[in-house]
Write a protein that binds this ligand. Sequence first.
Ligand SMILES: NC(=O)c1ccc[n+]([C@@H]2O[C@H](COP(=O)([O-])OP(=O)(O)OC[C@H]3O[C@@H](n4cnc5c(N)ncnc54)[C@H](OP(=O)(O)O)[C@@H]3O)[C@@H](O)[C@H]2O)c1
Length: 297
Amino acid sequence: MMRIQMADNLSFSRVVLGFWRVDEWNLTTDQLITFLEECLDMGITTMDHADIYGNYTFEEIFGGALEKRPDLRKKMELVTKSTIVYASANVRVKYYDNSEKYIVSQLEKSLKNMRTDYVDTLLLHRPNPFMNPEEVASAFDKLFKDGKVRTFGVSNYLPHEYRMLKSYLRVPMVTNQIELSCLRMENMENGVIHMCMEERIHPMIWSPLAGGKIFTAQGEAEERLRSTLETIRAEIGADNIDIVAFSWLLSHPAGLVPITGSGEIKLVKRPVEALRYALTPEQWFMIWTAVKGHKVL
Ligand SMILES: NC(=O)c1ccc[n+]([C@@H]2O[C@H](COP(=O)([O-])OP(=O)(O)OC[C@H]3O[C@@H](n4cnc5c(N)ncnc54)[C@H](OP(=O)(O)O)[C@@H]3O)[C@@H](O)[C@H]2O)c1
């Protein structure tokens, strides 16, 4: 599979596997290992995690697979995120903690849970209005120096939030992980994609099928979208409309890196198949127009 250069010393597979829904996949450890091997065989080597997924339990499910098969680690790039703190018996309200101590200790927990010595990329999960960027810079320096994190980035950051943080860091940021799909186009229009292009970083894309809503959501825009995806599917000779929805992202000149959320190998193959097709500008704007409900000016 095609790969994408995220930094001088780091490339990702062009399609990433996300672990937010790993509980829905209902896999035993051995079945998860088989699934990971099938993904690796088709070239999906980059795995997206977060400390909070599954209320802080999913990194350990993945770690169970690596414990049985430590040889798989060197075939992968691992991405994780932190700084969201969930409310619990001891925590009165959900909040964000970007302190040096919290970032370092959460990353150390992620390493332990995933049975690995390092992650390839650590992302700050959400922008934080109460962040001290000097603490983030110190945490990143320490994790890099200790060999626990190779590269850094953010998720869900707007351009001003990204630039402010960048101005304090002594390590480069390699990505901004953002929501984007045919049904959720806000980040195409609010400056986020443009900032990523200006910074020469490739955005990782979460919920590239709007969490499945592309197939299930009711409404006029959704009906128009499905009908347009079907028209283009027939034109390009693809097997399924989700391939067209992935092509809409993969054709974009910013070099978007979609994260698939499926645990079914036949569905994980769809974004990989989508790499075979490049939408024309006319086809790309047919989808844009179908969702907006009006033509461009
Ligand atoms: N940074 C952030 O703030 C953030 C937020 C949310 C998610 N993420 C990351 O993004 C990843 C993907 O998000 P997502 O799960 O919402 O992605 P998604 O691919 O938009 O949605 C996956 C859902 O769509 C269904 N689906 C139907 N056809 C599919 C197909 N061809 N390919 C994939 N799924 C299909 C899946 O069903 P089945 O389960 O039956 O396959 C699953 O329920 C997460 O795992 C996580 O790593 C990051």
